[in-house]
Each structure stands twice: as structure tokens, then as C-alpha cells.
Design a protein around this ligand. Structure first.
Ligand code: 13P
Ligand code: ZN
Length: 275
């Protein structure tokens, strides 16, 4: 067995390739992280290299003390992840204070984990707590339709959630809690990580205005599927807005309430406002 045959490593690499094929990862755009299960850490430990120095995370994540993550590298291209995972990704450990990390595998030609590591780890910390440990995947991408909408819709959670729900009947079932929106901010630091992780307490999706999207989920499939569903809805909305200034008909608030009963989801009333 090689490290690249370990199932979570294969799932991680496949997701990078899937995102590349969706055109969500121009150049080094986007990043992916996975919180590794204890038994999976043991499966990859035989492939760890020499001990490397601890490095500051740039924020504090005490709720992730001692956890291991697989993460894409900063400046690395998703396009190359499946061709050379040992160059483009890494496995790292978080220290007991949640302040520093060290790399045990990958980035073999040098480099650092994604510049969005503060956002990834703060989102993981929040999602681990609110999901009872179930959420393990945080995914950031640059999908064009979602980004385009941040230039024309008000940057409000209620508006993005409602407009995207209306674009496909499956949407409120796939993301019943809704979508959070972050105003334009400088990426790559602690401030945007704090804002995003606050939204992640409530939502599984956060949109960064004029930049991209973050999704959280239990598995690679569910997290990729969530990004895919939101971006597909955004594509439909872009088409609708391009065809006509107003919709002739749509899914109504009462339609959503009926759907919620049959599909056994709770849809917060704040998204079902009268327009
Ligand atoms: P990294 O190459 O550092 O992961 O940055 C890409 C990105 O999308 C920043 O938001
Ligand atoms: Zn980005």
C-alpha cells in the first residue's frame, strides 16, 4: 500500500480534479482541507517524513488541538493536484494549544499550506463543534456565476439564500439553513476567517463578495455536491437575469413551506419574506 492508495487521500485528490474540471480553480485559485480521522492518521503515519519545525497558524483554534489535516498548498494549482499530490498538498498536525502547525508529509519541493489556512481551520473548529464532529471537509473555490451575482444582488444572507432557493426545487433541501455573505475583505488573514467562521455557525455555505465561496460538509461528496448545487443555481439565476429583469413566475414562500413539510426540512422564516 502506498499513501496515494489510502482512501481519504484518493478522495481528496479526486475532489481537486473535479473542481478543476468545473472551471472553479483558475491558476492557484481555491483551496481544500480535510480533518483526518484518528484511524486514517495511523494509515498514513508510516509515510511521514522527518519532524519539521512548528509554524504559526496566524489564528487560534484550540478546538482543533492535536488534529491532523490534509490541505492544499499555497500557490499550487488544482490542475496539478492529481498529477503530483506530494508537491501540491500536505498533511499537517495542529499543536496542543491550537496556535501552530507542522508538516509531516507533502509539499516535498517546499512551500506552505494555503494562505487561507486561518479561514479553513477556524471554519473546521466551528463546524466540528456544531456538527458534533461530523463535518470534516472545508472547500474554497472561485465559481464564476456565484461571484458574478455578488456584483448585482444586495450582499445579504436573506437575499442570496432566497434567490438561489428559487432557482431549483432541490436547493432548499440541499442547503436548508441558507447561505451567509461576507462583504469584500482582504483574503488570507485572520479578520476574514473570523467573519466567515461566525457565519459557519449557522450556515454550511459562505460567499465572499467578488471572490468566491466556502462550503463545509461531512464528506468529499457532500461538500463538492453542495458547492455544485449552489453554483448551478447561481448559473440559472444569471441566465434568468440576463433574459428578463423580472421573473414571470417562481417558487413562492407558500410553495417552500409545503416543500418543507414533505421533505422534512426546517426552512427559517427569515428567508420566506414577501417581496
Ligand atoms: P492559495 O494558493 O494560498 O491557496 O490561495 C488561493 C485563493 O483562492 C486565496 O483565496
Ligand atoms: Zn480564493
Amino acid at each position: 500500500m502506498e499513501i496515494l492508495q489510502v482512501p481519504f487521500v484518493q478522495g481528496f485528490i479526486r475532489m481537486c480534479q473535479d473542481g478543476w474540471e468545473q472551471n472553479w480553480h483558475e491558476r492557484n485559485g481555491g483551496n481544500l482541507s480535510y480533518r483526518i480521522k484518528p484511524e486514517e492518521v495511523e494509515a498514513v503515519r508510516p509515510y511521514f517524513g522527518a519532524e519539521q519545525p512548528w509554524q504559526p497558524i496566524g489564528t487560534s483554534v484550540p478546538g482543533l488541538a492535536g488534529e491532523y489535516f490534509m490541505v492544499t498548498g499555497s500557490g499550487k494549482f488544482f490542475r496539478n493536484a492529481s498529477i503530483d499530490p506530494a508537491d501540491t498538498t500536505c498533511i499537517l498536525e495542529v499543536d496542543e494549544a491550537g496556535e501552530e502547525y507542522r508538516i509531516w508529509w507533502g509539499l516535498e519541493n517546499g512551500g506552505r499550506p494555503t494562505s487561507e489556512l486561518p479561514s479553513h481551520l477556524m471554519n473546521h473548529e466551528v463546524k466540528k463543534a456544531v456538527s458534533g464532529g461530523k463535518h470534516r471537509v472545508i472547500y474554497h473555490a472561485h465559481p464564476a456565476n456565484t461571484i458574478a451575482l455578488t456584483f448585482v444582488l444586495p450582499l445579504k444572507d436573506e437575499v442570496f439564500t432566497r434567490e438561489l432557493w428559487e432557482m431549483a426545487t432541490e436547493c432548499p433541501v440541499v442547503f436548508p439553513d441558507g447561505i451567509g455573505v461576507v462583504d469584500w475583505m482582504v483574503p488570507g488573514g485572520r479578520a476574514i476567517a473570523v467573519k466567515t467562521s461566525r457565519l459557519m455557525k449557522e450556515y454550511d455555505v459562505a460567499i465572499w463578495a467578488h471572490h468566491g465561496m466556502f462550503c463545509s460538509g461531512e464528506t468529499f461528496d457532500l461538500t463538492f455536491g453542495l458547492m455544485h448545487t449552489v453554483e448551478k443555481a447561481a448559473e440559472i439565476l444569471v441566465k434568468v437575469l440576463s433574459m428578463a429583469p423580472q421573473k414571470r413566475q417562481t417558487i413562492t414562500p407558500q410553495n417552500f413551506r409545503d416543500l418543507a413539510v414533505d421533505f422534512q426540512v426546517t426552512l427559517p422564516e427569515k428567508f420566506l419574506y414577501e417581496k
